[in-house]
Design a protein around this ligand. Structure first.
Ligand code: TXA
Ligand code: MG
Length: 316
């Protein structure tokens, strides 16, 4: 791969216009969303999408989310349903992705969907992301802007640490507010939770007036990216730790004595926003990591999902 000089672009009108130009030329630009930084490429351009997989080292069976500026724009690419309409009205723009059947004439590269007949669509809330999507005026495929399997990026520095020289530019607008990826809901049959994330499950169920189906062991793999080992720091990670052992460094939650705290007040939104930045920093200490128990309700379910994958045995 020819190394790029990865430019830093400010999230000003000029910086956003430059980022949109690069995307229209088929080049890759990392950009902030309210969840994590995304690695954007034109979803209709097969070469741009192939370059996303190459820059991340991502397996080609793992499909990408198409980001668009509005629910109306999403409906150009997918078959819309009543449930999609209700969820979009309640949570878009925001940290929710919907998986729906592809619509005829959609024009999205088959690399985005990894050959599936469904597409994940999302309308992000971050002002710079919205301005960028409006300027591009087309679907932008964007996985999280980290090397495959590693910790997701919540700052431009995290993106640069993982992808410098592999992408054209990073649109920098400071740290991401939510800090966890979008919740993914499948709407191709009975509504199903494909990934817990930035919108808590009970809020989605309240809008739909029913429980979401949960992925269970016997099901076909419904979100192909939900691999057991993911978000992995170099150091080993031990969960539900009351206290550190040996050389461990403790990542705390609530009023515990520790080296670093996700939220001293036990606030789950604050903990979500801090999670990946804490893992990035702890990873630099090269010490094993212990993590305090995190309650499993609300955003805690998504935090625990990420921590379980970060602690899982690695493939390599
Ligand atoms: O918050 C987010 O969703 C961030 C920001 C950048 O928007 N993006 C993100 O993308 O987390 P990524 O690629 O890291 O995770 C996308 C997940 C993967 O687990 C993938 O398998 C699943 O979405 N996915 C994408 N398209 C799908 C589809 N058609 N059916 C089922 N799962 C799909
Ligand atoms: Mg990711």
């Amino acid at each position: 791969m020819i190394p790029y000089r990865t430019q830093n672009l400010p999230a000003t009108p000029t910086g956003i216009a430059q980022a949109a130009d690069l995307l229209r030329q088929g080049l890759l630009v990392a950009f902030p969303t309210e969840t994590v930084y995304g690695l954007g490429g034109d979803a209709r351009n097969g070469q741009a999408v192939a370059a996303i997989y190459a820059a991340k080292g991502r397996p080609s069976f793992n499909p990408l989310i198409a980001h668009v500026a509005s629910a109306e724009a999403a409906q150009r690419f997918v078959e819309w349903t009543d449930e999609a309409e209700r969820l979009a009205r309640a949570f878009w723009p925001g940290p929710l992705s919907l998986v729906l059947p592809l619509r005829a004439g959609h024009g999205v590269s088959s690399l985005v969907t990894a050959g599936l007949d469904t597409l994940a669509v999302r309308v992000p809330a971050h002002p710079a992301a919205r301005a960028l999507l409006e300027a591009v005026d087309g679907p932008v495929a964007a996985p999280s802007a980290n090397p495959s399997g590693r910790i997701s990026p919540t700052t431009a520095d995290h993106v640069r640490a993982g992808l410098d020289g592999r992408i054209s530019a990073i649109l920098d607008d400071g740290p991401c507010g939510v800090g966890l990826e979008s919740t993914i809901v499948g709407l191709t049959g009975q509504p199903a939770l494909l990934r817990p994330g930035g919108v808590a499950l009970d809020r989605i169920e309240a809008v739909l007036g029913k429980k979401l189906h949960h992925h269970s062991a016997g099901d076909p793999l419904t979100a192909p990216g939900q691999l057991q080992s993911h978000y992995a720091p170099d150091a080993p990670l031990r969960l539900n730790a009351a206290a550190p052992e040996g050389d461990e460094i403790l990542l705390g939650f609530g009023p515990v004595e520790c080296d670093m705290n996700l939220s001293r007040d036990g606030n789950l939104s604050e903990a979500a926003a801090n999670l990946f930045a804490c893992l990035h920093r702890l990873d630099q200490t090269a010490r094993p990591i212990a993590v305090s128990p995190i309650p499993d309700h609300g955003l805690g379910a998504a935090i625990n999902d990420r921590l379980r994958r970060a602690a899982a045995p690695r493939d390599t």
